[in-house]
Write a protein that binds this ligand. Structure first.
Ligand code: NJP
Length: 235
């Protein structure tokens, strides 16, 4: 069903975004992959029907250029996966204003900019799916996660509101909210030892395929994935 369709995936150089890129390629999708460092170009060498762009999701001009290049190359956009995200996990008093601002720039403004850039094309097509990789802490809270949690609550509200705004155009908007996933992000920022119990990046990628290939009359607006064995407290 996704065969031949066109997807943009942000933050695809490693972790969840890389797994999503491989899973969508297996489905026969044409891919545009974005990362903020030149690492993204290495991914392009592993896959076919793929274009890679070094761009910062929080930069509107760069993202608009990627979207225009996608249309010029592939002629349409069927799926946007807003996956790029960063984390800062520390007590609120130790969190700097610079860290707070950068988290909101990447995790929230990046989702807004990407969504805004693809919508005119999806509206013209009268179809499309926009999926944001949010988090279980977009619904619950964790200790030492105040700034990160605030960004994920923000994208839940954003996505829910945009979903209502564009559903009459045949466009579906939703979030996938995973718990801990065994990636660089989790290792580098939290360092918890119980990795074996965590979700795998491929689990999130499977959820993306499910959401994007749901029947056209159906909106799957949220998928929550929990590790069966919960090794960290979520309230
Ligand atoms: O993260 P990581 P994950 N513009 O660090 C790129 C959410 N999540 O895969 O730019 C463009 O391995 C970066 O590449 P580079 C999480 O909040 C995770 O774990 O070259 N791209 C890399 O490709 C996030 O939204 C867990 O450094 C930018 C990618 O993004 C999503 O899942 C749990 C960028 C990050 O790869 C992916 O996380 C959860 C920018 N400004 C939610 N900044 C978890 N792992 O436990 C970074 O609930 N990138």
């Amino acid at each position: 069903m996704l065969q031949g369709q066109v997807a943009i995936v942000t933050g695809a150089s490693r972790g969840i975004g890389l797994a999503i890129a491989h899973k969508l390629a297996e489905q026969g999708m044409k891919l545009v992959l974005i990362g903020s460092s030149s690492d993204i170009h290495r991914v392009g060498e592993q896959l076919k029907d793929v274009k890679t762009f070094q761009a910062d999701v929080s930069n509107e001009q760069q993202m608009n250029e990627v979207v225009e290049a996608t249309i010029a190359t592939f002629g349409r956009i069927d799926l946007l996966v807003n996956n790029a995200g960063i984390g800062v996990f520390k007590p609120v008093e130790e969190t700097t204003v610079e860290e707070w601002k950068r988290l909101f720039e990447v995790n929230v403004q990046g989702v807004f900019i990407g969504t805004k850039a693809v919508l005119p094309h999806m509206k013209k097509q009268r179809s499309g799916t926009i999926i944001t990789i949010s988090s279980d802490v977009g619904r619950y809270t964790i200790v030492n996660g105040s700034a990160y949690t605030a960004t994920k609550y923000a994208v839940q509200g954003f996505s829910g509101s945009v979903a209502q705004e564009v559903r009459s155009y045949g466009i579906r908007v939703g979030t996938i909210n995973p718990g801990m996933v065994d990636t660089y992000f989790a290792n580098s920022t939290q360092g918890l030892p119980e990795k074996a119990e965590w979700l795998k990046a491929e689990d999130v990628a499977e959820a993306v395929v499910y959401m994007a290939s749901a029947p056209k009359h159906m909106l799957v607006d949220e998928i929550v994935l929990h590790p069966l064995i919960q090794t960290y407290p979520v309230i």
